[in-house]
Design a protein around this ligand. Structure first.
Ligand code: N1C
Length: 263
């Protein structure tokens, strides 16, 4: 056996982004079991072994800069999960606050409160065409290497399905303490808004939240939020907006009870 030929592998490419999360496969499997056995036992019939394999199969031995929606299709089919109408919560630049809220409002769902979002949240992954292993050294950076990387394509794909599945009144937490409260280049602005189905989504309710004590503030009447309103109008979806929605403001106050706007 020509050992030299069998063993030689081209070295993995050097990308600008951080590499695959250590022990990715075990984390994915563990999270899958936690979610389907403990968080939502009604999903106990899901096959986590199969789901874990479909996840890694979507990107292993492939060019991490030519990832496609189709790569993730088998994984998507294994992880379908209904979210009740009126219970979908989107967010943009407000991840912590939105997730704090759904932790308390257990009947509402962000993408990270569904199986696939729960499994992938906070992890990084990529493969290499010359190897069947994950690349733990580096992965493509969205800006500096390529936008169609295994990681970004995943979030685009699952965000698209999450929006397509939404029905009734859907909600979004927006960050009013930054200039582009509604950012057309964000996943919410680029993918989710355009994949809502007007025939089953009656209304988008936006909650524009300001950080406690931030000076700059964008509100429901700002021009970026008005852009969102116009996009939805064209798509025949009603828009309503509220500044500093009180239940979420109260969560901010739990973390900073002494603040003047919390008295
Ligand atoms: O680009 P964003 O926010 O508008 O994306 C958020 C939006 C949410 O409504 C989610 O449904 O899109 C979905 N989503 C995630 O759930 C998610 N979890 C982790 C999109 N991206 C997600 N990530 C990572 O955070 C991913 O790397 C992506 O690029 C960022 C998006 O954060 P953002 O700009 O605050």
């Amino acid at each position: 056996v020509p050992v030299g030929i069998l063993m030689w592998r081209p070295p993995p490419k050097q990308w600008k982004g951080e590499g695959t999360t250590a022990h990715l496969y075990e984390i994915l499997l563990g999270r899958c079991y936690t979610y389907t056995q403990i968080v939502r036992p009604e999903l106990g019939h899901k096959d986590c072994q199969k789901i874990g394999k479909a996840f890694t199969k979507a990107f292993l031995s492939k060019d991490p800069c030519s990832s496609t929606e189709q790569d993730y299709q088998p994984l998507m089919e294994l992880t379908d999960e209904p979210v009740p109408c009126d219970k979908t919560l989107f967010w943009s630049k407000s991840s912590e606050l939105a997730h704090d809220y759904t932790r308390v409002r257990q009947d509402m769902f962000t993408l990270e409160d569904t199986l696939l979002g729960y499994m992938a949240d906070g992890l990084k992954w990529c493969g290499d065409p010359g190897s069947s292993e994950m690349n733990y050294h580096s992965c493509p950076d969205w800006r500096e290497d390529c936008s169609n990387n295994s990681f970004s394509v995943f979030w685009n794909t699952v965000s698209k399905r999450f929006a397509e599945d939404a029905c009734g009144v859907v909600h979004v937490v927006l960050n009013g303490s930054i200039r582009n409260t509604f950012d057309e280049r964000s996943t919410f602005g680029r993918v989710e808004v355009f994949n809502l189905r007007p025939e089953k989504v009656n209304r988008l309710q936006a909650w524009v939240m300001h950080d406690l004590g931030s000076v700059h503030s964008d509100s429901c009447s700002s021009s970026s939020v008005n852009d969102l309103k116009q996009i939805l109008k064209r798509r025949s979806i009603t828009f309503s907006c509220q500044n500093n929605y009180r239940p979420i403001r109260l969560l901010q106050c739990v973390k900073n009870p002494g603040h003047s706007s919390c008295r």
